[in-house]
Design a protein around this ligand. Structure first.
Ligand SMILES: [Zn+2]
Ligand SMILES: [Zn+2]
Length: 337
């Protein structure tokens, strides 16, 4: 089968590799769509904190079951499915204490085991989910990033009627925007350096959209929140400066969700006294434990509109141009192997 392999940072090749071996508990999936994630750019650029080269990237995917192992119980050939790329052991301390995302044996598809920039992937049944017929493969492959967002909102805690600032209007920021809007956050202010992304944020209902390279973010946030600052700040830029800024623009008792994957050596300069004086809460959010089903439901019931965020579809040959950032105005690119 064909797969696009990242041999080392910036060295990407399409190769003919063997079709994955099917274990007793595995499901062989013919990949129909796979999202290119922000973290795939990090892997390509050599700044991903967890990647092991060589690797076939691709962890946001959907497909059709081609074959099932002898011990598979609930999934059948021909089922339309999505995958939680985080495969856990079910036996370790964390798996047994409701924190499977910290599994001591964690294997992540497309990060440290073969991913879905390929025609086929073999995946344990335990992380495979059937999808309803009304969800397209293209929407379905985005179940995983949406599941991560749901986990982030679970962790930070949401309160109807609060104000929010979203730093970064990429795919993730624009989904947070849609959900916060629906939940009843107001105002929602989006800060984003890219023109096209700012226009998307406006289109999706942001109350104010600002360019941090031109506008004074703190002034705008204060003016829109009666001088108080934001109750909720979601950092999804991957830029340390945005994290530093999140402390400045938070209201007293504000909460900061640190969602983006920063480079492993990034160091932020913050004043701890701001955390003390304003009683800030800074919360991290890692992957998507136990949120896949809710994510499928939100997509199936059209509570988030993913179609507006899919900018381009490429085949295995087209991945390089996307990862090289040669294609302008991409919110989300999909690979159709
Ligand atoms: Zn991802
Ligand atoms: Zn475990």
């Amino acid at each position: 089968m064909h797969a696009t392999i990242l041999l080392a940072p910036r060295i990407l090749e399409i190769r003919e590799i063997e079709k994955p071996q099917l274990g007793d508990e595995d499901v062989l999936i013919r990949v129909r769509a796979c999202g290119i994630c922000g973290s795939d750019y990090h892997a390509y650029e050599g700044v991903h904190p967890r990647i092991k080269y060589p690797i076939v990237l691709g962890h946001e995917f959907s497909g059709v079951v081609e074959k099932v192992g002898s011990s598979v119980k609930l999934i059948r050939e021909g089922d339309r499915v999505v995958v939680d790329p985080n495969i856990t052991c079910g036996k370790c301390f964390y798996c047994r204490s409701g924190r499977r995302h910290f599994c001591e044996e964690l294997q992540s598809v497309g990060i440290n085991r073969q991913g879905a920039y390929a025609e086929y992937v073999a995946i344990p049944e335990s992380v495979v989910y059937k999808i309803p017929d009304n969800i397209s493969f293209e929407e379905a492959c985005l179940t995983e990033p949406l599941a991560c967002i749901i986990h982030g909102l679970d962790e930070i805690g949401i309160k109807v009627g609060e104000s929010a600032v979203i730093l970064g209007a990429g795919f993730i920021g624009l989904i947070f925007l849609q959900l916060l809007k629906r939940i009843g956050y107001s105002p929602i202010i989006v800060s984003e350096i890219d023109d096209f992304r700012r226009s998307k944020a406006k289109e999706l209902g942001a109350d104010e959209v600002i360019d941090p390279t031109v506008d004074n973010v703190k002034d705008v946030v204060l003016s829109m929140t009666d001088g108080k600052g934001a109750d909720l700040v979601i950092e999804c830029t991957g830029d340390v400066k945005a994290f530093e800024q999140s402390l400045e623009i938070s209201a007293p008792t504000g909460r900061i969700l640190e969602f983006s994957v920063m480079p492993p050596n990034a160091i932020a300069k913050i004043k701890p006294v701001a955390i003390y004086k304003k009683e800030l809460r800074i919360v991290g959010s890692f992957t998507n434990p136990y949120t896949m089903r809710r994510s499928i439901k939100l997509i199936g019931r059209h509570i988030v509109d993913l179609s507006k965020l899919i900018s381009i579809k490429v085949n295995l040959n087209g991945i390089r141009d996307i990862l090289e950032r040669k294609v302008p105005n991409v919110i989300k690119a999909l690979v159709i192997p």
